[in-house]
Each structure stands twice: as structure tokens, then as C-alpha cells.
Design a protein around this ligand. Structure first.
Ligand code: SER
Length: 340
């Protein structure tokens, strides 16, 4: 008999690490994961991990023949800065990879005549404010506003949302009598900050990079202006958002795609909080015009009232507790251990 599993793609990324740890806390979950990279020693025992490419359809076929997949967390993606250097590859991973996974989910659901849950992290990058004036005027954007991304990653994610919605509601609507049940659920994340890992290839990376650099005693040149403002959230809250949305009763959900957020800070305000914790930190602002333009196109804040209303979303950490209770103590400890 095939083993029931929760399948996690992009397992070696920041969200992947944190999600696997949390899912493994519930001893009843059996995890299967996939990434181009292997996992660190402390996470490896928590999941059956395959090193491979989500675009390798024969590998996906082998997984399906061996495992019965109940839920998919499709985290694999190239982030926004990285995608601008290799837009065609970003399209392959971010769009074709998502399509392959949705197809796999559809086949699994038809085969067992039961729904497959498909959790998809989308991003603030799907928004595109045309200029700073609009960004200042339309402060907290709602899900359906300003969906005009200016990055390849943003285009890929908004299309991933559409593909998920299509697979959930209309996939093969004219071609088959056999129903396909994909229970697609999506959260749009703001910039994420982990105390334990660093992102790679994103444009919101200046937030986490500034804090980690200060704790390491390294100088940091921030690539956006002091007044650049976007929303952020801690990694534990990002994982909670995915898990809480996954656990919500379907009938409570009025949307398939939800904004989630915690606090909105300018780069200068992040600097002030970092200096308060690490007074010797050396932080300079040397904006890179192109990366700055991407941040300027992202909204200053997200309206997540639909998530709060429908499935009780609320972040554990606000801006004060995020820094005082989660980020600063854990990051301090992390680099103290390393230098000891
Ligand atoms: N953190 C992502 C990035 O910067 C946005 O979702 O690309």
C-alpha cells in the first residue's frame, strides 16, 4: 500500500525549513520533500527527502507511484531579484513547475476520488504600484487591487494563483465527467524575516540581511532608500499562516487567495530597531536604483482583513515582539554560538 504523505517542494528554502520543523512537531504527519539541494543535518531525519528538480516529470511520476499525496505545499520558486537575471528559467520553475504540480494533484485526486489540498505561497510581488504617489495614496491594498506586477517573479506568482484557481474550479471542464477536486488555498506573503536562516535572491532581503549583519558585527550597505516601506512578517507567523489556512473549514473561505501580513516598516525604521539592539552596527544606505524601483512598486502595506475574518488569521508577533522576543534574542544567540 502506498504511504500517505504531505509533500513539500522547495523544502530547502527558508519557508521549507521552518514548515518541516513545525509539521514534524505533530508526530502524526509523514513528510515527503523535494528540492535541488539536500537538507541540513537537523532537518533531514524529519522528512523523506528527495534531491531533484520539480521539472523532472518522471521523478514526480515515481513519487506518485510510491506515495499517496494528501496535501501539497508547493514552495519551490526563484525569488524576485534572482528571476530578473534569468527570467526564462524563472518562468520554467515558477510557472511550469506549478503547472506540473497542479497536474499531479489533479491526477491524484481523480485516482482516489478525494480532494487534494494544494497550498501555494504567493507574494506582495504580484502588486505593482505605478509610482510613489500612488503607493503613498493607496496604503493598504486589498487582494484585487493593483495586480500589475513589474517583475518576472510577480508575473509568475499572479499566474500561479490563476492556474490554481482554474484547477480548483474549472480544470478539464469540457473534457471529463470525472470530477477533479483540488482544494487550492493561497496566501500572499509580505517580506519574511527569519532569525535562523537568510533568504537568497529576493528583493525584500535587505530587512533580514541588515539584522543578521549587525549581529555578526559586519557593516551593511542597504540597497534601498531609508524611506522605502513594505510590510514584513516573521517566519514563524508565515508558517502559521500556511498551517492555519490549511486547517480552516472550506465553507468558511470566501476566497482562494488571501493577503496576510504583520507590520509595515521603512528601511530606516528597521535600521533604528537594529541599532537599538546592536549599538555598534554600521548601516549605510546605498540604494541600487533598479532594486529600489521594485520595492517602490510594492505596496506599503497589505489589507489582510479577509484572512482575519474568514479563518481567524492573526500574527503572533507585532513589530515590537517580533524584534524583542523573536528576532534579536535568537539572532544574537545564533552568532554567539558560531563565534564561541
Ligand atoms: N521576498 C520575496 C522577494 O523579495 C517577495 O515575496 O522576492
Amino acid at each position: 500500500m502506498r504511504k500517505h504523505v504531505i509533500f513539500i517542494t522547495g523544502a530547502s528554502g527558508e519557508v521549507g525549513h521552518a514548515l518541516i520543523r513545525r509539521l514534524a512537531e505533530d508526530g502524526g504527519n509523514r513528510l515527503l520533500s523535494l528540492d535541488l539541494h539536500s537538507l541540513p543535518d537537523d532537518i533531514r531525519p524529519l522528512t523523506t527527502h528527495m534531491v531533484g528538480d520539480i521539472l523532472d516529470t518522471s521523478l514526480l511520476g515515481r513519487l506518485v507511484s510510491e506515495y499517496e499525496i494528501d496535501t501539497i505545499y508547493h514552495l519551490a520558486a526563484l525569488l524576485s531579484t534572482r528571476s530578473e537575471f534569468t527570467p526564462e528559467m524563472a518562468h520554467q520553475v515558477n510557472v511550469e513547475g506549478t503547472l506540473d504540480l497542479l497536474k499531479l494533484a489533479a491526477e491524484q485526486s481523480q485516482w482516489r476520488s478525494r480532494p487534494i489540498q494544494f497550498l501555494f505561497p504567493s507574494s506582495i510581488a504580484i502588486y505593482g504600484m505605478p509610482d510613489l504617489e500612488s503607493k503613498n495614496l493607496y496604503n493598504r491594498v486589498r487582494e484585487w487591487e493593483w495586480n500589475q506586477p513589474r517583475t518576472m517573479y510577480g508575473c509568475n506568482k499572479v499566474y500561479g494563483e490563476m492556474l490554481g484557481t482554474y484547477f480548483c474550479n474549472h480544470y478539464r471542464q469540457l473534457a471529463t465527467e470525472q470530477p477533479v477536486h483540488i482544494d487550492f488555498r493561497c496566501v500572499r506573503f509580505p517580506g519574511l524575516i527569519s532569525a535562523f536562516t537568510l533568504p537568497s535572491g529576493g528583493t525584500s532581503d535587505y530587512g533580514p540581511e541588515m539584522i543578521h549583519a549587525a549581529a555578526k558585527g559586519e557593516a551593511y550597505n542597504c540597497f534601498v532608500r531609508e524611506d522605502a516601506r513594505i510590510p514584513f512578517m516573521t517566519m514563524p507567523d508565515a508558517v502559521s499562516a500556511l498551517l492555519t489556512l490549511a486547517a480552516a473549514p472550506r465553507e468558511k473561505l470566501t476566497r482562494l487567495i488571501y493577503n496576510v501580513t504583520s507590520f509595515s516598516l521603512s528601511a530606516g525604521e528597521i535600521r533604528d530597531r537594529v541599532i537599538a539592539a546592536f549599538p555598534a552596527a554600521e548601516i549605510r544606505f546605498e540604494p541600487d536604483a533598479k532594486r529600489q524601483a521594485i520595492i517602490d512598486s510594492w505596496p506599503a502595506d497589505l489589507d489582510d482583513s479577509a484572512a482575519r475574518r474568514d479563518w481567524g488569521w492573526h500574527p503572533q508577533y507585532d513589530v515590537a515582539t517580533a524584534f524583542e522576543e523573536y528576532l534579536i534574542p535568537n539572532i544574537r544567540e545564533r552568532y554567539r554560538e558560531r563565534s564561541a
